[in-house]
Every structure is written in C-alpha cells, then in structure tokens.
Design a protein around this ligand. Structure first.
Ligand code: GTP
Length: 338
C-alpha cells in the first residue's frame, strides 16, 4: 500500500496544482520511481491510498499499471490521516494477509525482503524500517531494545533530547489484525496514534537499515532527490541521458552561453543567453530570461524568471508566476498562490 493522499503543505505552492508524488524527478513522476523500485523487489500488486487530487494519478495511469506494478486506486471520501488511510485502503482492497505500507514520498532502496523476514521472525504486529540521520528533530524517533522491540515512539523531539538518531523511515510491514484497532471514522495518525499504542503493548518492532533513503517532502529534500539522481547516488533505470551532471529534456532549448550545474530542465523549457542554473529544477514549460541566475531553487510549470534576476537558496516559484526582471530573491521564498 502506497500512501499518496497528503496535501503536501511543505512543498507549496507546487502542490496546489500537482500532488507531491506526481512531481517529476528528472522528468519521471515520483510515484513511478517508487513503484519501479518496488517492481525490482518483486512486488506485483499495490493499492494506492489516494485523497488529495486523486484524478491526477488515475488520469496519468488509466491502465492501472505504474512502474510495472498493478495498482488498485482507493480514494478516501475525506482526509483520514495516515492510519485512517491505511484502514480505508486495506478494507477497500480486501487485504487479509501481511502487507507492506510505504509513504509515497520516500525514495529508498531498502531491502524489503529483509524487512518482511525480520517482521515474521519477531512475530510482530507491525514493523518499521529505521534510518539513521544526523538531526532526528524533524522526524519520528524510534528507540528499541537490542532485539528490535520498539520501546517508544517519539514524534519530532528537540535535537538534544532525542533518545536515538534512528528515525521512522516511512516503510512498514503490517499484520491485517492491526486494521481492526484503527477507528473506522475520522483522522487517525500512524505516528501519533497507532504506533504508540502498539509500542505500549510490546508488539511493534523496528529494523535499522543503512540503504539510500530520502524523504522528499521539503523543497530542499526535493532538490536533493534530483541532485542524487543526477549524480548517480540513487540509481533508477528510468533515469537516462544525464550529461555532465545535468538532465535536459530534448524538447527544451538551452542557449549555448548558459552555464548549468547539477540541474534539471524538464520538457518545453527555454533557457536564454548567459543564464546560470545551479542545483535547481525547472518543471515543464519554464522560461528563464537572459542573464538570470537561479541556484538551489524549484521553478514551477510555465513560470517565467525575468532577465538579470538572481534567485538563491531556496526559492519555490509556483506555476505560471512571472518574476520581474532584476528581482533579487533568497531565503525561504514561496511565490504563487492557489
Ligand atoms: P506535508 O503537509 O508537507 O507534511 O505533507 P503530507 O501531507 O504529504 O504529509 P506527510 O509528508 O507527513 O505524509 C506522509 C505520507 O502519508 C505521504 O506519502 C502522504 O501522501 C501520506 N498522507 C498523509 N496524510 C494522508 C491522508 O490523509 N490520506 C492518505 N491517503 N495519505 C496521506
């Protein structure tokens, strides 16, 4: 089961128009990258737990196959939060055996087979994949006993109070029996409700893993995902034609005088003379006028960046926004509304 129904507030304004998992990484919608990795691990069938802008997924993949995986679409009637979504989608798809749950905005090459074996060996009700990070304060932190039983589930602790640097990596194995303990209506969170309950009971386990892992939910992380694909830190066979650390869709025009470093130029973009693009992503249809410099920024569909503008870490320019010539923008800049 892939959770893709979140509203993606941290990636606004991009997510006003496009659900997070339909944002492309090197031209490939994120959901396709996630599904392709699952396919490589032998997964054949999945349920997509949809809530926010569901039609965009259904219209993009009308055959119901994404990245080689057969998909069932479960559309929530209202936002149910993560546990509520799991319950709804599992009932919808009539799941009655051990199943895997993934946050659809996580890119990872976690060994799923190993995670399922760990879950079964420990007789767990649910098992969480863990990932070590330098700063756990943005995440759900998961201390365990030496054999992997979860002692507590601490959501976003202050950095100096975190009991461990192992965080919830957003990939879980569930027994179907867990579903019956999730309230059938209203919002229920897996991190704040279900996991703490299971941890208190001693039936929640967790397995650390050191494979590639990235939660793409912030602008910085979304840029990081693109750069990691460009530089081959995460390998995906859907990603092709990276030249000198950049990916430029063949339908786009880049003036020979432009300088591009670790950047993505999606389809139908125009990059004019003397432009500098560094660690940035241009979504389809963007125009960068002459002599503009864009660093550590994401430029949304059909936006135009005026001549001689200077955009620095971290600008997120929404769809169809026109940035005036000679603009100077940096900091946590979000341009564009609904
Ligand atoms: P932010 O608003 O930026 O925090 O993003 P988000 O709404 O995606 O929330 P978050 O990143 O915490 O969600 C983790 C995963 O759960 C993502 O894959 C979301 O798409 C998914 N998710 C969150 N809430 C829901 C929900 O109500 N229904 C469904 N189906 N999925 C959800």
């Amino acid at each position: 089961m892939i959770l893709v129904g979140g509203i993606g507030t941290r990636l606004r304004p991009l997510t006003y128009e496009t659900p997070k998992q339909m944002l492309p990484i090197l031209g490939v919608p994120m959901i396709e990258c996630v599904m392709d990795t699952l396919c490589q691990h032998g997964i054949t069938d999945a349920v997509l737990a949809l809530g926010y802008l569901p039609d965009q997924f259904i219209e993009a993949y009308p055959s119901g196959v994404i990245g080689g995986v057969n998909v069932t679409y479960a559309v929530e009637p209202e936002p149910l939060d993560t546990s509520g979504a799991i319950r709804f989608a599992a009932k919808f798809a009539e799941i009655d055996e051990t199943f895997l749950v993934l946050n659809g905005d996580v890119i990872t090459d976690l060994d799923i087979t190993k995670l399922i074996k760990f879950h079964r060996d420990h007789g767990a009700q649910a098992t969480i994949a863990l990932h070590a990070v330098d700063d756990p304060s943005r995440f759900g932190v998961v201390p365990t006993t030496p054999d992997g039983r979860v002692i507590a589930f601490v959501e976003k602790p202050p950095r100096d109070e975190a009991p461990t640097n192992l965080i919830n990596a957003g990939t879980y194995v569930f027994e179907p029996s867990v579903l019956d303990r999730i309230a059938p209506t209203g919002r229920v969170s897996v991190e704040r409700d279900t996991f703490p309950e299971l941890a208190a009971e001693g039936t929640l386990y967790a397995m650390p893993d050191d494979s590639y892992w990235l939660d793409t939910g912030t602008p910085q992380a979304f840029l990081q995902a693109n750069v990691d694909f460009l530089l081959g830190r995460f390998r995906n066979h859907l990603v092709k034609d990276v030249v000198d650390g950049c990916w430029i869709h063949p339908s786009s025009t880049v003036d020979p005088s432009a300088t591009l470093i670790n950047s993505v130029v999606d389809r139908n973009c125009v990059v004019k003379a003397n432009v500098v693009l560094e660690d940035s992503v241009l979504l389809p249809g963007v125009v960068i006028q002459n002599d503009a410099q864009v660093r550590f920024s994401i430029i949304g569909h059909h936006a135009v960046i005026g001549a001689f503008s200077n955009l620095g870490a971290t600008c997120v320019v929404g769809a169809s926004v026109h940035v005036e010539a000679h603009s100077q923008l940096s900091g946590d800049v979000r341009l564009g509304g609904v």
